[in-house]
Design a protein. Structure first.
Length: 104
């Protein structure tokens, strides 16, 4: 999904680079137009990458995706610890139903 989104952003940025280059050419010169086009074209790759990261993750904190597995592992460890601490809760709820035992 990220690759497809990146290709879409790069394509849109490339088309905008060409359009700006064509707009600059008649007003200034062909050399300036080429320089503007190349600057925008190569900046497009970086901006597109940043846009994909922003759209997919919502922030730049976890750009490489390394924090997500750590968060999942930590949540699993917390759930395991909670299960070990409350065996009485499972035993007291075993066999009870919501209506018969007064849990309305």
């Amino acid at each position: 999904m990220r690759a497809l989104l990146y290709v879409v952003f790069v394509t849109i940025g490339g088309l905008l680079s060409v359009a700006v280059g064509y707009l600059v050419e008649p007003k200034v010169s062909m050399t300036v137009s080429l320089t503007v086009f190349l600057a925008l074209f190569f900046a497009n790759f970086i901006v597109s990458w940043m846009a994909v990261v922003r759209v997919m993750n919502g922030s730049f904190k976890d750009v490489h995706g390394r924090q997500s597995p750590l968060d999942i592992e930590e949540a699993g460890e917390e759930a395991t610890a909670a299960r070990r601490l409350m065996p009485w809760a499972r035993q007291s709820l075993r066999g009870k139903t919501l209506v018969e035992d007064g849990y309305h």
